[in-house]
Design a protein around this ligand. Sequence first.
Ligand code: 5AD
Ligand code: SF4
Length: 483
Amino acid sequence: MEEKTIDENRQGEYLMIDTPTQVVGRKLLLESYGCQMNFSDSEIVASILSEAGFSTTRDPEEADLILLNTCAIRDNAEQRVRGRLDYFRSIKKRKPEMVVGVLGCMAERLREKLLEEEKLVDLVVGPDAYRDLPNLIDQVDTGQKAVNVLLSREETYAEITPVRLNSNGITAFISIMRGCDNMCSFCVVPFTRGRERSRDPKSIVKEAQDLFNIGYREVTLLGQNVDSYKWNITNKGEIVNPDEPTVNFAQLMEMVALVSPDLRVRFSTSHPKDMTDDVLHVMAKYENICNYIHLPVQSGNSEVLKRMNRGYSREWYLQRIDAIKRILPDAAISTDIISGFCGETEEQHQDTISLMKEVQYDLAYMFKYSERPKTLAERKYEDDVPEEIKGRRLKEIIDVQMECSAIRTKTYVGQVHRVLVEGTSKKSDQHYQGRISQNVVAIFPKGDAKPGDYVDVLVNDCTAVTLLGEITAVYPRVIAAQN
Ligand code: 5AD
Ligand code: SF4
């Protein structure tokens, strides 16, 4: 099995602005790579550019503007984007008036270098500068190259209503914060996405409510480290405005859960050093907050974790897992793991394997360490685990996880689970697909249900990671505000 993340599964999807307007303006092709946050950012970009008169196309031949929203987390993510730029370069040779721009983390990391290296790139825009896109495009129209990679301490795009791209009309992402202050030593994100800042909770709840009103039934609250969400309180714990309440992540999640018991709430990503029991208690209190936690461990060895600057030890992590299992016995847990970090010995690798066996993750995203320029690890440690050893360790990690996932999936067989119907199964038009609270995909014959309904599904079989079943009850979606 190759190394892969959910995010990478979605790579290269064409994102369409679903505008009902008859704008005969210019045509935009927008492609997104990387994490869910990037997909969410593309919805902000789509909103800004639709206001500026752009409509979308999937056809590069037809496009006036091609934007790639890029990822820099591992070298292979960047190589994929470079391959794509090569392809667009060949089109641009025939169509020199077409504008090609790079957005996101690669834009922030490489800045002007992208203009020099990728000669036919006209536009380089970092994650905090998307409001400036219309101006920058104007600048390119006058024959100049345009770059804005300024990072901000305030920008959260709070009041911009995202244009929902490739949407099923049922599930959506909501960004609740931007940036990251953690400085894990392997990670480029603090450099490409800047300082951590939280978005106004009122705008978050309003976005969730608006989505619910038009028929959405699930929101995923997104942040690099959702547990450090804070509103009206500084990092030092000082209250900013005494007339307003302070809000932490547990409280924010409760506010969103109260929008409606029929709105499912998910979130990603939690950080083991910051995840409080309060968050777990709020999850236990509300049926509509899904029983699923993504808690990246990265390594099972305390010394490696120290070099990674993760801020917790193996023991602390396992104590957080115990808290989840105590407060939320039905919760599914997933993780991220890196093999072959600087200085990792065979024994330290075995500690990761033993931790995986102890926790019994439902799902894991597993990667070989990829050294990133400017990170703490690049400056301080040698990338000294040979490529083939990284690969062999990764394979061992994947093998343990595949076994574990298969066992976990089987435990659902024979049970009835509430599923939100998301749409027709990719493999059969006679079947729907949706997810149980624990985030496992279920496939079942359509019966009388419709997308957006909740159904109870009796799980009678499974593959390694998918549940197969049949509907035992349907709870139709009622949309209050028809427009
Ligand atoms: N090399 C390999 N994997 C990385 N990740 C982040 N930076 C790197 C890197 N330099 C992984 C971590 C993180 C996930 C999003 O990507 O596991 O949790
Ligand atoms: Fe990177 Fe660590 Fe921040 Fe996650 S928490 S984005 S791994 S620095």
